[in-house]
Design a protein around this ligand. Structure first.
Ligand SMILES: [Zn+2]
Ligand SMILES: [Zn+2]
Length: 364
C-alpha cells in the first residue's frame, strides 16, 4: 500500500577538542573532555541506525537547537535558558542550520585563499599553444574572407568595352495545313465523323465489400507493486528523520486488440468511347529567311487551298568582341538590334560568358 512512515534516528557528532568520534547526537556534552556541542558541531548519520523508540521520538524533529551567544553551547529548541551558562534564549542569534551555512561559507573562503597561494603559475607551454591556435583561427578567417571576396567578384557583372563585330537575323512563318486526323474520346466534337465505338472502363468506384478482423498489438502501463524510497533529513537537534515512502512501480504490458477494418472493392464504371475522324489545323511547312546584314525581311509565300498562316517567329543576334578578344553572342529585341551598327563600340556588363547589360540597357 502507498503511504509514508517517519522514524527518528539518533545522529552522531565528533568532538573537535579531544578528537572523540561518533558521539551520540543526544549526548550534548563530550563524554571524554566535557566540551559541549557548539556552533562548529555537525551531525551525521552513522552506519548503524539507532532508532529513537517509543514516546521519546515525539520530542525530536520539532525544531533546530539554538546557539548560546555567551558560551556557544547548543540547546534544545524549547529550552528557555542555556544549559551551560544560564543565559536567556532571547539573547541568542543563530541556530544549528545557520551555523552550518556560516561554516560552509568560511570553508569556501578558506579553500579559495589556499588555492590563491598554492595555484601553480601558468606554464609558458600552454600559453604558446593558445597563441598558435589563435594564429590558426586568424588564417582560417582570412581564407574564408578571401573566398567570399572571390565569390562576390565572380557574381558581380564586370563592366567592359566591346565592339559589335557581327549581326545576324532569322525569321520564320509557320504555315498550317487543314488535315484529317483520327481521335478517340468519350464524346464526338462538332464536325467529327464516327468510325467506331465500344464500351471502355471510364473510372473505378471504391465500394465497401466486407469487414475484416485484424489483430493490433498494443501496450499499456500497469501497476506492478511498490518501490520503497527512503530519505534522511537532519533535524538540527541531534537526530535525523527517516522518511519511508511506498511509490507505485509500473511495467509495460502488451496485449492484442482486434479491430474491424473495412475492405473495399474497385468496381469499374464503363462508358462509350468513340473513334472518329475530324479536320484539324496542324503545322505544315515554314517560310524562312535569314541574313547577316541590317535588312531583315519576311519570306514571301503563297497559300494553297488547305493552308493558312500560323505564328511568326524571329530572332536577332549580335556578336560582341571584347578588348582581349573574348566574344559574346547575345539575342536582342529588334529595336535594340537595329540601334547596334557593326563596328560600334558599346559598354557591356557580363557575368561569366553571359552579357547582362549593353549601354545601360538590361538584357533579359
Ligand atoms: Zn571532547
Ligand atoms: Zn551558554
Amino acid at each position: 500500500m502507498a503511504g509514508e512512515t517517519k522514524k527518528i534516528i539518533e545522529a552522531l557528532w565528533d568532538c573537535p577538542y579531544c578528537g572523540a568520534k561518533g558521539i551520540g547526537g543526544l549526548t550534548k556534552v563530550c563524554p571524554s573532555c566535557g566540551h559541549p556541542q557548539d556552533a562548529g558541531t555537525k551531525f551525521y548519520m552513522g552506519d548503524k541506525k539507532a532508532y529513537v523508540e517509543g514516546d521519546k521520538a515525539a520530542n525530536y524533529g520539532k525544531g533546530a537547537d539554538w546557539t548560546c551567544a555567551y558560551c556557544g553551547a547548543l540547546n534544545r529548541y524549547d529550552a528557555a535558558e542555556c544549559s551551560g551558562c544560564g543565559a536567556a534564549r532571547e539573547e541568542s542569534q543563530s541556530d544549528y542550520f545557520q551555523n552550518q551555512k556560516e561554516n560552509a561559507r568560511k570553508a569556501q573562503e578558506e579553500a579559495a585563499r589556499e588555492q590563491q597561494f598554492t595555484a601553480p603559475q601558468p606554464t609558458p607551454a600552454p600559453q604558446k599553444k593558445k597563441v598558435k591556435s589563435k594564429k590558426k583561427l586568424l588564417i582560417a578567417l582570412g581564407a574564408a574572407a578571401l573566398l567570399l571576396v572571390l565569390l562576390i567578384a565572380l557574381l558581380i557583372p564586370k563592366a567592359a568595352t566591346a565592339e559589335v563585330s557581327g549581326k545576324a537575323w532569322q525569321r520564320s512563318i509557320s504555315i498550317e495545313q487543314y488535315t484529317t486526323v483520327t481521335e478517340t474520346d468519350w464524346s464526338i466534337p462538332e464536325g467529327g465523323r464516327i468510325r467506331e465505338q465500344h464500351e471502355e472502363i471510364h473510372h473505378y468506384n471504391q465500394v465497401l465489400d466486407h469487414y475484416e478482423t485484424v489483430a493490433v498489438e498494443k501496450s499499456r502501463q500497469v501497476q506492478d507493486g511498490y518501490d520503497t524510497e527512503t530519505d534522511y533529513e537532519d533535524n538540527g537537534d541531534g537526530t535525523f528523520t527517516e522518511t519511508t515512502r511506498e511509490v507505485p512501480r509500473y511495467k509495460t504490458e502488451y496485449y492484442t486488440e482486434y479491430e474491424e477494418e473495412p475492405v473495399y472493392l474497385s468496381v469499374p464504371v464503363y462508358a462509350t468511347q468513340y473513334t472518329y475522324e475530324i479536320e484539324r489545323w496542324l503545322p505544315g511547312r515554314t517560310a524562312d529567311s535569314e541574313g547577316n546584314d541590317d535588312a531583315p525581311y519576311w519570306q514571301d509565300f503563297t497559300l494553297l487551298d488547305n493552308e493558312r498562316e500560323g505564328t511568326r517567329s524571329e530572332q536577332y543576334t549580335v556578336t560582341l568582341t571584347g578588348k582581349k578578344g573574348k566574344t559574346y553572342s547575345v539575342n536582342l529585341t529588334e529595336s535594340l538590334w537595329n540601334s547596334l551598327m557593326t563596328g560600334k563600340s558599346v559598354k557591356i556588363k557580363a557575368t561569366g560568358s553571359k552579357v547582362t547589360e549593353i549601354d545601360g540597357t538590361k538584357i533579359g
